[in-house]
Design a protein around this ligand. Sequence first.
Ligand code: SF4
Length: 334
Amino acid sequence: MPMTDQLLQDKFGRVIRDLRISVTDKCNFRCFYCIPDEDIVWKRRQDLLTYEEIIQLAEIAVSLGVEKLRLTGGEPLLRKDIEFLIERLAKIAGVKDLALTTNADGLKDRAATLRAAGLTRLTISCDSLKPEVFKQITRRDSLQAVLDGIDATMTAGFAPPKINCVVIRGMNEDEVADFADFARTSGVAMRFIEYMPLDNAHQWDKSMMVSGREIIERIEARHKLVPLHKDNPSETALKFGFADGAKGEIGIIAPVTQAFCGACSRLRLTAEGNLRTCLFSMTDYNIRDRIRRGDSRDELAQFMIDTVLKKEEGHRINEPDFVQPPRTMVFIGG
Ligand code: SF4
């Protein structure tokens, strides 16, 4: 079968439609659950994929059925001239959605140029609306910069951004109803995420996780919610609107208590050029060195196809044999 007719499909019949591309491992925040505060061994520049290599791999992936590209990091806005990469990716025929996930530090001055470059959506990470708790989690005093970034996103003409909030017991579970108020006034789409065992200290414990069900209960103690329809089956969030018609949206991403692996359509590309078939995969598939040794387009495409055939059925967080992957989120890209 000609390469162009092939799809990235795993042995469970799931078709890959989303490629998450980490463009750097570097970050200017130090979220305690993601990155150690010091002694971080960053990747060497020459080990990172160049923009041309990222574009080549994205073109191949799109030719094999991928429709959505998401740029991640570390913090993608730290990578120089990312607007150039966005412009090139936006021009790839077949790309239906080009999104970026950011901690929004510095976004205030970049939202308009990102929009002009062709970015379609922004997702912003924000785990607290209290400056002291924000600082405790991120080890940065940057809450106001993040809020300014959220405003700038909408001023620049983007749809109201998704706000990713990792809910951790004893840190910010008391704020979920406040975030719901924030969604009602700003119109943003909240995405509350159950805390997953991907922390850099490998100290995750289920008792630190706040379940999606509890998050809904905490919000409904203040605002009644109504379920919303999923745009597509592989969407990770359970979505809700406010029963009183207020603007804003509530999304629950519950990988631990309500896993959504059965409809997973995601493949990841790390900053240094490894394909990852699952967030919790224990294996990396190096495609960078294949590009650099001169593999043809078809050989690279075949490598992607073969790699996806090895995609895990799902995470095994709730299984006795679960092993936390050595990579933390900053080196995967979310
Ligand atoms: S845990 Fe792995 S298989 Fe499950 S949804 Fe996430 S990436 Fe997909």
